[in-house]
Design a binder for this molecule. Structure first.
Ligand code: ADP
Ligand code: MG
Length: 298
């Protein structure tokens, strides 16, 4: 149940899409691979599923080298590609049976994955008749057919409506109890909703690798305040436990405090003492949000 990536680089023409990427996952957990569009997420996932070759370094899945043991790697991973090519004219079960044949999977297993992915009520339909949420379930069911230990899901929730989003997240969470799930997303809320750990990638390089639990414990908070007048950042830094002040636009400031205590009342008192009017006062979070922003906006 492992993924091991060591110094992997991928070069397209003269562009380095991945630059000496290293990380390790060695237990059943859900790891979010978070990064802006173009960061290199899909490239990394295609390498792990043997669809692309590395230029430097090596990658292993379940101990098998992706470049020399591609068959074993493919047996170990279930892959949901970013743009999953489904055969729209197939019926759900027909499509799954077609894929089951490739892996030599039993008929019983088809019924099991249909059940597991909540496809039962739609299983008699053609894929073209399914909503985007159910199509994603078909993709997940296909990825799970050969009961792989590792699941690689490339932006599995992109394009889903809010209800479908919650359903698919729950499904992924339940799968993550027994399998290693490596999923990519460019939306940090996805990571907070589903993941145990986050690996952040920016411009082909890993910029953070953290447990969500540790991030939550990192006692930091951001308060957004809008005054009716311009104020020097240095002045706002006098607030207790204020660590950073950013004037985001006009008279709006984002103040980062080094505490988990709700600091809004301090900001309010501060404004009052200094005869400032507050037009807006909100607590923003989370530390993941500030981490992501700090690490990817450059
Ligand atoms: P992400 O999935 O994080 O959005 P990708 O891995 O798809 O990022 O792409 C990383 C970078 O590599 C992007 O700049 C993209 O344009 C480039 N890229 C991806 N695939 C190819 C390709 N087949 N040929 C050339 N450049 C590519
Ligand atoms: Mg991508």
């Amino acid at each position: 149940m492992s993924i091991e990536v060591e110094g992997v680089s991928k070069i397209y023409g003269n562009q380095r899409a991945l630059n000496k990427v290293s990380f390790k996952i060695d237990k059943p957990e859900i790891v979010g691979f978070l990064g802006p569009n173009g960061a290199g997420k899909s490239t990394m996932m295609k390498i792990l599923t043997t669809y692309l070759k590395v230029n430097e370094g090596h990658a292993k899945v379940n101990g098998y080298h992706v470049d020399t043991n591609s068959k074993e790697v493919q047996q170990s991973v279930g892959y949901l590609p970013e743009h999953n090519p489904l055969y729209l004219e197939h019926y759900v079960k027909e499509y799954l049976a077609f894929n089951a044949k490739i892996y030599g999977v039993s008929k019983q297993r088809i019924d099991d994955v249909v059940e597991l992915t909540g496809l039962t009520p739609e299983a008699h339909k053609k894929i073209s008749q399914l909503s985007k949420g159910y199509r994603q379930r078909v993709g997940l069911a296909t990825a799970l057919l050969h009961n792989p230990e590792v699941l690689i899901l490339d932006e599995p929730t992109t394009g889903l409506d809010p209800n479908q989003l919650v359903d698919i997240r729950n499904l992924i969470k339940s799968i993550g109890k027994t399998k290693t799930v490596f999923l990519s997303t460019h939306i940090m809320q996805e990571v907070e909703a589903m993941c145990d750990r986050v690996i952040i990638i920016n411009k082909g390089e890993i910029v953070a690798d953290k447990k969500l639990k540790d991030l939550r414990d990192e006692k930091e908070q951001v308060v957004i305040v809008e005054f009716d007048y311009r104020i020097e950042e240095a002045f706002l830094l006098k607030l207790p436990k204020a660590k950073k002040v950013v004037n985001t636009h006009d008279f709006v400031y984002e103040i980062t405090f080094k505490t988990s205590e709700d600091m809004r009342s301090y900001v309010f008192d501060f404004a009052h003492d200094n005869q400032l009017k507050i037009l807006q006062l909100n607590q923003k979070n989370t530390s993941l949000e500030s981490l992501f922003r700090d690490l990817t906006i450059k």
